[in-house]
Design a protein around this ligand. Structure first.
Ligand code: EPU
Length: 294
């Protein structure tokens, strides 16, 4: 149990046996033994320190949009960053906290007439997770906007990083075991109407080529170099594959849709079959993009 001094100083919400499925876009997975939502960065740092002191393992939850939680749930604590979500204008850029939704960042940039964040339009999730996995699409990724970021190191120190060109790669970053607290995004001045219509165009494009957010976790596998995992899965005729309430999406074959009631087990059986067939047909080993808490 967490020490009494933590409970006294803690600012936020915490609960035992908390259902995680509603916090993931896949809507899959069991409960967290302990769920904690700090309301301030100080409370977050204090909580992680308390968890370390009692030896309770913890995981950090961002937007839950690129995450598969196992059916048995999570032993230990899940610490959600959803309350740390401020977005402020700083000259020709934004200072954003890790828990800010990408949709809110895109909206704020538009309202302030700042261009550059439009490629993030229509991507679910929050800033912290997006930075860890360098989220993006064909129009660009978040890494190219990040001018600086603050990482909470495992020892509790905050490290300020100004990323060089090697810091972000395709769906990857060098965040490592630090926790993204927030970042400064560099944008360009523009007309709010132009920014908004650019963002809307990208959302429309995404809607036509991918299933909606609910019951979906976006692309399950990373693209192999120079290829689209979706095209490979589609060409290997995996489109009709189903396990329980989980099936390969007819809209984009690199997505798996939950019809309602799918279990992590269904998804894992299905992804094993998809990977197996793509390996047999194309000799390619697909690598997971979605994070797994199993
Ligand atoms: N394709 C198929 N069948 C499919 C899916 C795609 O034949 O079922 C073909 C398309 O027709 C197109 C090509 O494959 O010719 C590429 O498809 P798409 O433009 O959808 O791009 P992608 O490489 O499959 C990537 C990202 C998406 C991002 C889109 C659009 C990855 C793993 N995927 O998909 O990101 O939205 O580009 O920018 O990098 C995500 O990472 O979660 C994600 C959804």
């Amino acid at each position: 149990m967490l020490p009494a001094d933590w409970q006294k100083r803690f600012n936020g919400r915490w609960e035992r046996g908390f259902a995680l499925a509603p916090l993931t876009t896949w809507r899959i997975g069991g409960p967290a033994e302990l769920y904690i939502e700090p309301a301030t960065v100080e409370s977050l740092a204090w909580t992680l320190d308390a968890l370390r002191r009692i030896g309770m393992p913890y995981r950090i939850l961002g937007g839950g949009s690129n995450l598969l939680v196992g059916d048995g749930g999570v032993k230990g604590a899940v610490v959600a960053l959803s309350r740390l979500r401020s977005i402020e204008r700083a000259g020709v850029g934004l200072v954003v906290e890790a828990g800010a939704r990408l949709s809110a960042v895109v909206r704020a940039a538009g309202a302030w007439g700042l261009s550059g964040a439009e490629p993030l339009a229509g991507i679910p999730g929050r800033v912290g997770g997006a930075i860890c996995g360098n989220a993006g699409g064909r129009h660009g990724d978040i890494g190219s906007l990040v001018r600086s970021l603050d990482l909470l190191e495992p020892g509790g120190a905050v490290r300020h990083v100004e990323p060089d060109s090697a810091f972000f790669g395709y769906r990857s970053s060098q965040v490592g075991d630090g926790i993204v607290l927030g970042a400064t995004l560099g944008l360009k001045p523009s007309d709010p109407h132009v920014v908004r219509s650019g963002a809307l165009g990208i959302i429309r494009e995404r809607r036509g080529t991918q299933p909606g957010w609910v019951g979906n976790a976006g692309c399950v596998f990373k693209n192999p170099a120079g290829e689209s995992a979706g095209r490979l899965i589609d060409s290997a005729d995996c489109n009709t594959m189903r396990e329980g309430a989980a099936h390969v999406s007819r809209i984009h074959a690199n997505c798996i849709e939950n019809d309602g009631g799918a279990r992590a087990e269904d998804v894992l059986r299905l992804t094993d079959r998809v990977r197996g067939r793509v390996r047999r047909v194309f000799g390619v080993d697909l690598e997971w993009e979605v994070r797994r808490w199993l």
